[in-house]
Design a protein around this ligand. Sequence first.
Ligand code: SGN
Ligand code: CA
Length: 728
Amino acid sequence: MKILLLWVLALAVRVHAERPRPNIVFLFSDDHALQAISAYGSKLTTTPQIDRLAEAGAVFENSFCANSLCGPSRACILTGKHSHVNGFRRNSNRFDGDQPTFPKMLQAAGYQTAIFGKWHLGSDPQGFDHWEVLPGQGHYYNPDFRQMDGSLRRYPGYSTDVIADRAMEWLGSRDPSRPFLLMCQFKAPHRGWSPAPRFLDRLEGEVLPQPETFGDHYEGRSGLLKENEMSIAKDLQWAHDLKFKGPNRFPEFFASGMKNEEYGRMSPAQKKAWDDYYEPRNEKFLAELEAGSLTDRDVVDWKFQRFLSDYLKCVAAVDENVGRVLDELDRRGLAENTLVVYASDQGFYLGEHGWFDKRWMFEESMRMPLLMRWPGVIEAGSRPTALVQNIDYAPTFLEAAGVPISSDIQGRSLMPVIEHPKVLPSGWRDAVYYAYYENDAIHEVPEHDGIRNDRYKLMRFPRTREWQLFDLVEDPHELRSVHDDPLYREVFEGMKKRYFDLRKFFGVQSAIIPSTRGDERQGKERTWKKRNARLTRLASEGPYDLAFIGDSITHGWESTGKQVWQDRYGKLKAINLGIGGDRTEHVLWRLTEGRQCEAKPKVAVVMIGTNNTGHWMQEPQEVAEGVKVILETLREQTPDTRVLLLGIFPRGETAWDPARLNNRAINDRLRTFADGERVRYLDVGGVFLEEDGRLSREIMPDLLHLSAEGYRRWADAIAGPLAEWGIE
Ligand code: SGN
Ligand code: CA
């Protein structure tokens, strides 16, 4: 043991002697698209300071996020793990700060660690010797920073400048004998797009070019694209985005409801600079609009110019401050032994597909800028093409610092890519996995996931159970899904295989990932959302005697089964927590996010899973796990509830129906969840079957849902066990 230790130490010293542990300066912005970085060939602007990193280091040509949203991207970066593993899938989540992160590991290895700026993860930063972060999204003007003692401190000035100032000040105060990690995280150029006063009249007189796909009508792809609410034509806000003052004078042209949250925070001098710039331009435009001299198209074009010029002005300050930090490293003699990284939490649409914002797995938002400079290690001017992802940053930083990479980290160290940028490291990944979960939220982007390799992109939308396949060589703007084109049959099958394999590899198990269906529509109505809200309200009136938890078969107690329910359970305090179309993951969402555990029933009858079978014939093992997590959730949230777990009812005409067989295989596993006390398992499926095992249409008219007689048989079959638990 001692010898081993000495050997490890000797090795460490040798490595150390060869290459001292580098400092890491991680410059990070919010929503900075590649289309607005000249090192990535921007047609819109120049970013000379960020480009310094490109000249002296590497520009990653194929860099992607794993989930195109702020908090999720940050959580992927901190942990090196996909969203479903680190738990931060949606911006409304709270990051479990107790889990391992690379700042913690670097700190434990002797690094000094600090972070300034946007954090957006709900919980307090951990693993930092010093932190000062913006609460939530933070502000552009005179921003407040949450301090380590919990207090808020306001710094006068413009957020991008202030964040760089704070970071540079820390550089001066650190212990120079130890390596450091400095994370400098700008809020800009995030929405609100509020430029610094000194950049307001930059771009004056310039007409910014619209991207080729600005007028996209979303033909040739999933109908879900049309539901988006991130259109420059329709969704930009009068005050918040377009910087008009007073009430919306043209509601037919402009969305409203969100106020400009920056203006009220400004000092008189800031307000004056702001008004001097915007007011005359706004008045001129509105006067023309009033005079009827503008077409609809003119208005959209104007919005595009306003949006994009404000955005680029925000970028200008980011670029300038990147330069200030780089100069400071030079001045302090730190440039040589420091790995400097510039990235942004995701890409962004700058009018492509008619959009602003991100979220979709399409190129503009799935891509992340990534530039790295590390003199002597990274070849100047290199442009590696390997597929890299934000989950790779943590293992990269760890390896750079000589810290072991724990095996549960899902990303891969980029060191082999960095060291040999021209050749793909042998065994490098062929595809990246992507998953977006924040459906039923601002901008109306449906949940989806998929994989992308160097030519093709496969996406899946669980809501409509649709596939999309894009050939990025033939169709770089992703305007036509070729999933049903016979010419692509082989590619489609191959990509699906890789998709399923990668999901398994990363442990993506949809049956246990709580999932809302709140964005589903029937006509204009959001039926799931409405019912879910109603059930939450009813559940809060618990405790109940009896609850039924499930899908449409349970839901049907309110229609076909109504009379039987009345007769059998009418005198009890009973609640029906069934929603048609739900799978295990939706029930999980309702019990947790929807707080339907508050029903706290004496007895819960749980029957769920037939839609996991029906929608995509999910592996029995996976569906059973979904049910298991439901049982665990019930145990945690309402420990006194007894659960009558029912085998999933038979479906399909004969015993050989594949869906029936799948349910049977799920039931084999459900049976083992009984604990002889709190959870009892019962398979009542037999009561619905004919002698020969067939299902009759009298009992199940569509061979899935029950008739009134079916409900009567169901009630009879569970009456005994319920009575044993005092429910009768
Ligand atoms: C805010 C923005 C949205 C943006 C989300 C997520 N509206 O809600 O446009 O999509 O943040 O952005 S805002 O006008 O209030 O800023 S993220 O980058 O933080 O994920
Ligand atoms: Ca962002």
